[in-house]
Design a protein around this ligand. Structure first.
Ligand SMILES: Cc1cc2nc3c(=O)[nH]c(=O)nc-3n(C[C@H](O)[C@H](O)[C@H](O)COP(=O)(O)O)c2cc1C
Ligand code: SF4
Ligand code: SF4
Length: 293
């Protein structure tokens, strides 16, 4: 299937101008936006995009998986979007599994929005490949540069605010493109370099080894924000004990970043802690443990 096969459904600006209000409503409510987020950036982007499109609230991928019916919104939508962080030069593991198991249709319009701090490599092509294996394709892809959660220096408030302003402007452009069902081309990075990057990152994608130090307050925030439900705080009588984890870790680093005591780190932990300034851990928790909003 070529990228231009679907040009018949591309709406021109002029055509959209003449669509009455009711039709616009139908158009935007045909959208299902799924997101994965470790430190809140992708949640903020997904929410802002949904608001710009007047689309239903974005759906948490971990939450939808727990609901037991993760794909019902996508089944009823004509446009399906994925918002996620670039992690180790590609898509998060949970998003990969989610798309792999998703029933898809060549009649639907698929878009992907990656949040990133420096640059991506394979994320859009990886999604395109997963969709193409099942007869659909990725029609539109765009990146939104956000504050990084693997930086070595604490960003200033001014930098965070500036990035937020840039995000809003970028999302208006993206919303316009998605509402017109525009298509675009996303080049794949150099194959040799990709292989090297993959080899380097593959081993780091699962079961992150981390330590919890004496500053732990047993508050449970790490368990709340973990999208893999990998952390538990056992109880002994009235006492809440220190967190323990099982083997479902996807190395997203959410627990490290959200811990208010800075008590979690990896043995080689160098970078600073960051999470999106307006997202709360309870918000991530409630959306990650039920079907979306
Ligand atoms: C484990 C991990 C790997 C990352 N790898 C990349 C990367 O390869 N390229 C990049 O630009 N940003 C990378 N980042 C930064 C995130 O993509 C970026 O901060 C993103 O906006 C975080 O989104 P979230 O808050 O929704 O999780 C990485 C972050 C983590 C935690
Ligand atoms: S978030 Fe930090 S302080 Fe709270 S339970 Fe987890 S490790 Fe302990
Ligand atoms: S244990 Fe921490 S790093 Fe692993 S999946 Fe959960 S939040 Fe992410």
């Amino acid at each position: 299937m070529s990228r231009s096969d679907k040009s018949g459904v591309l709406l021109s600006k002029n055509l959209l101008t003449f669509i009455p209000f009711v039709s616009w409503e139908i158009l935007v409510h045909d959208i299902a936006i799924y997101y994965f987020s470790a430190t809140g950036n992708s949640l903020a982007v997904a929410q802002s995009l949904a608001a710009s499109l007047e689309a239903p609230a974005p759906i948490s991928i971990p939450g939808s998986l727990i609901s037991g019916d993760p794909y019902s919104a996508a089944a009823h939508a004509k446009t399906v979007g994925f918002v996620f962080p670039v992690q180790r030069a590609t898509i998060p593991e949970m998003l990969r599994g989610f798309i792999e198991a998703m029933p898809v249709s060549a009649q639907k319009y698929y878009f992907a929005i990656a949040t990133y701090s420096l640059f991506g490599r394979n994320e859009f092509w990886d999604i395109d490949e997963l969709l193409r294996q099942k007869g659909a394709m990725l029609n539109y892809a765009a990146g939104v540069r956000m504050m990084g959660n693997v930086g070595l220096a604490h960003p200033s408030k001014a930098t965070i605010n500036r990035r937020q302003e840039q995000m809003r402007a970028r999302i208006s452009d993206i919303a316009l493109s998605v509402s017109y069902k525009q298509e675009n081309y996303f080049p794949r990075a150099n194959r040799l370099l990709d292989k090297a990057v993959r080899r380097f990152t593959e081993s780091r994608r699962r079961n992150l080894v981390f330590r919890i130090d004496k500053h732990c307050r047993h508050c449970g925030i790490c368990a709340q924000v973990c999208p893999a439900q990998n952390i538990q705080l056992p109880e002994k009588g009235q006492e809440v004990l220190a967190p323990i984890r099982s083997d479902r870790c996807m190395a997203c680093l959410a627990c490290i970043h959200w811990c208010p005591a800075g008590a979690i780190g990896t043995p080689t932990h160098l970078h600073t802690r960051y999470h999106h300034p307006t997202v709360l851990p309870e918000q991530l928790h409630s959306m990650n443990t039920k079907d979306g909003s």
